[in-house]
Design a protein around this ligand. Sequence first.
Ligand SMILES: [Zn+2]
Length: 333
Amino acid sequence: MTLTEPVGQQSLKKRLLSALQDGAGHAYLFSGPAGSGRHTFAIAFAKALLCQQPREDGACGQCDACRHFANGIHPDFKQLELVDKEKNIKVERVRQLCADISMQPQRSERKVYLINGDYLNEQGQNALLKSLEEPPGYVVFLMISSGTEKLLPTVLSRLTMLRMQRYSSAELFSILEQSGFVRGEKMQFLVRYANGLPGRALELAGNEKFIQMRQETVDFYLDLPRKSRTELLSSGFSFFDERRDDSGLIFSVMSSLIRDQLLMTAEAENSMLVNQDLLNRLRAALPAHEAEKRLGSCFDSLKEAGRALALNASFEVMICQLLLSLRKELANA
Ligand SMILES: [Zn+2]
């Protein structure tokens, strides 16, 4: 893939192409949420940096280096990603990568390291620091990260920042169509739901279960205020328990429903809402009093629960707490 092939990100493309022509720096940060195209662009840039006869728009796709890259066996390209059940990239693996840096490139004129900064803890970042500060001339680091909060200032100061932009709806439509999906009602929903993130749109478009899961979550959410406390703690909890692997998806559907209801209370235009097929049902389910405050509190509870789950809090305790606080706010007592 050349650098101009992927849809969108015009200013990023310009910066990468001029880096290729005027001489690349030693370390870049592709900053944006998962699904924003950061990995796609980092890979296309890496390939161009390693290409033996780069063209104006990136890698040639024909040379030896390009072929090795495409087959995943280029010896001068290394990735540092989360493996197995790691929560963070082990510092030992960062040290191994740093040891590799001093060895000359084998096939290309450069060596490129692609590192997922979201999973580098402080120790890992410190282990990388020396290499970032004084890399040999042939080394280029490409780091991807959801933001800058988790990165140490000493690391950040070594990186040239490249921010991913949200994609427009038109861009998302063309990305989905390029991947073979057919334009229609489902695609329109996915584009609104993906909120400018092509990775998210593609993942959901390819996920057969998603539409059904969404429907079940909608019914569950709208029925929640009518459930008794006992029902919530039994069948309500079971709803989540039986779909543990998809809890991220359920959370994200619920938060889009609450967000739409919040926008309704603010009298936003319908076109701003994601769940356009549910406008009447969502409106009918608005809390009768203090809707904005109550929905805001639901939104916070959901976010808090999502965070706690990511930190491995007890699933049962967390879900039950969440269900009770949602019911408290949503029941029209
Ligand atoms: Zn090439």
